[in-house]
Design a protein around this ligand. Sequence first.
Ligand code: NAP
Length: 279
Amino acid sequence: MKKLFGVIGDPIAHSMSPVMHNDLFNHYGIDAAYVPLHVRKSNLEDAIKGFKAIGIDGFNVTIPHKTEIMNFLDEIDPLAEAIGAVNTVVNKEGTLIGYNTDGRGFVRGLTEELSSLPDKKVMLIGAGGAARAIYFSMAEAGVQKMDICNRTTEKADLLKKACPFPVNTSIFDIEGASKCIEDYDLLIQTTSIGMSPNVDERPLEFNQLKIGCFASDIIYNPLETQFLKEAKSLGANIQNGIEMFVYQGALAFELWTGIFPDTKRMKKNVLNQLGGSTC
Ligand code: NAP
């Protein structure tokens, strides 16, 4: 019987996941369909009951359901539990199990470009939902020094206190971080600043970066944010948010099928959907 997968969210029409996953199912000869499913907050519990009743094989979860859905699943993976958000659900013989592949996807995408991650001195910019997944997953991957800067420093402090893995972290406000940014090997930009249509905005100012600095921005629209443009002009190697998107999808696909898919193919597919070229 044809397998059924999907992505739930509100809104959902813009999601690039259906085209990306359907291409993979086709490529690996798996008889499956992956569909966008518009689920409003007020209907979430009923939707999950319905998915169980029809025996959906798995699904992704996006804004605004990543936290709320945890109330309606049978089991939660420990990392997702710590992060407090689920983006992937697997139906294992009727038991719905929630995972979070966002942070691990980010780390996997980063290690394609950057070796010896644990030795890097990292500045995480932002302390929202995506930052939380990345912070925990970087700490899980063995990163020892990772500071956080955020407009609301209390939120960064909460992140630090909640992390289940050992990591040495100091908290900065934006101004404080701007003053010491050249001390860091790796900058990870996780705020929504610079996202289209506000493409001229950047989360913090800097005039100098450490030699060999690597700058990552998890935004992929535009492909090169103002933050990445400025980091590149100061000699940094850069990465945009396509990798995180692709690798979170690859890890979800692996959870559903046991196959870790061709990420180059996925990246090409996503770039086609965005109508751009890689930076
Ligand atoms: P979120 O939970 O709402 O967090 C937003 C973050 O941005 C917070 O740190 C917030 O600071 C900061 N921020 C927002 N507006 C600001 C402003 N005007 N000045 C200073 N700081 C500001 O959002 P999220 O879910 O983490 O998503 C953040 C970004 O990541 C979005 O652009 C999203 O598209 C992108 N993303 C990409 C991927 C991917 O696969 N590549 C995955 C997930 C998310 P405060 O705490 O002070 O409010």
